[in-house]
Ligand binder design. Structure first.
Ligand code: PMP
Length: 350
């Protein structure tokens, strides 16, 4: 840290992304990417746009916003496109949080939420999950704080039913409730259907998981025009051209290729359920994942050790040295062959 950094950032510990080792030497099951590259059409769309890179991208992301609005059956004014869903989440903490408007979220969830709070000087409270990693929705009813919940949650992979999400949104009319649906295409019911009823609901989505575009950095938020207007003010005060031309082209083509991706989602879910069943028959503890990852404990083996032993065998998974989850590793669902290799490595380790 230099002597010039503002003291207001003294407490900031940045988010630690999963490793991205160069080359393809590892079976990479550590960052919840899709194991399936996007179809050729997307590369073609990106290439066609590359010739116009001398020009800024459209600050309104008009065509992409319209495409998303049509796809989800909402008005374009209800959509804001961002550089990954991390960006819309950051805008939300920036726009809605301050000293007198704190946030609340589960103690075990996407660890970026607490970084966004610290970065934006927003106080926050965490509520412990139950012992089995489930969320008790009643903990959030009438909380008088802004709320962010990943549904399905990460790294647990568990979902809350829509009726419980609605209770949280309904009982917090004077606070914003953000439902982070990064993994919703892999299971669970979306909160998008609640939008016409609640002006305090923001749903965030990403192209990084079910649509194989993690490297393009594309996400978005859908809410009422009021919340989206506030988030757009944050965007235009930070980086008006936040979605670049090539990513825009990739995003539009990805929606046009929806069936390709939904087919891959079905494959990933089938491989996930098959892998989970095999892990359970090997005596491992696995939560009931509704995502593209499994949250695994090998009894008698510390999570850090499991991570290391798998790494020695060329398999990268994710481990956090955090209370309550230190005995677990999060394992992204790869291809059938990758999961067979993972299970074989685990057999050898156990
Ligand atoms: N929310 C959750 C729960 C996530 O796991 C991730 C992926 N790290 C994100 C949001 C952000 O994803 P992206 O910025 O790639 O859209």
């Amino acid at each position: 840290m230099s002597r010039f950094i503002s003291p207001k950032h003294a407490a900031l510990t940045p988010y630690v992304p999963g490793e991205q080792p160069p080359g393809r030497s590892f079976i990479k099951l550590n960052t919840n990417e899709s194991p399936f590259p996007p179809p050729r059409r997307i590369a073609d769309a990106v290439q066609a746009e590359a010739g116009a890179l001398n020009l800024y991208s459209d600050p309104e992301s008009t065509a992409l916003t319209q495409t998303i609005a049509n796809f989800y059956g909402v008005r374009p004014g209800q959509v804001l496109m961002t550089n990954g869903s991390d960006e819309i989440l950051n805008f939300a903490f920036l726009a809605f949080g301050d000293e007198t408007h704190p946030f609340v979220f589960p103690d075990v969830t996407y660890s970026f939420y607490e970084v966004f709070c610290t970065l934006n000087q927003v106080p926050y409270e965490t509520i412990p999950l139950r012992e089995d990693f489930t969320i008790d929705y009643k903990d959030y009813c009438g909380s008088r704080k802004h709320i962010v919940i990943a549904n399905p949650n990460a790294p647990s992979g568990l979902i809350l039913p829509l009726s419980e999400i609605e209770e949280i949104v309904r009982t917090n009319p004077d606070n914003v409730v953000i439902i982070d649906e990064a993994y919703i295409d892999f299971g669970g019911e979306s909160a998008l259907s609640l939008l016409p009823k609640y002006e305090n609901l923001l749903v965030t989505r990403t192209f990084s998981k079910s649509r194989s575009l993690a490297g393009a950095r594309l996400g978005f938020g859908i809410a009422g025009e009021g919340l989206i207007g506030d988030l757009k003010t944050m965007k235009d005060s930070t980086n008006p051209y936040n979605v670049n031309r090539m990513t825009t082209a990739a995003g539009i083509a990805a929606i046009e290729e929806n069936e390709f991706f939904m087919d891959k989602v079905r494959t990933i879910c089938a491989v996930r359920d098959d892998t989970a069943a095999k892990l359970r028959s090997m005596g491992c503890l696995v939560t009931d994942s509704h995502t593209n990852f499994l949250f695994v404990e090998v009894p008698g083996l510390a999570g850090a050790r499991l991570y290391e032993l798998l790494r020695e065998k060329g398999i990268l998974v994710r481990h956090w040295n955090r209370p309550r989850i230190e005995n677990r590793c999060r394992v992204t669902v790869g291809t059938k062959d990758e999961m067979t290799a993972f299970l074989k490595a685990l057999e050898e380790i156990k």
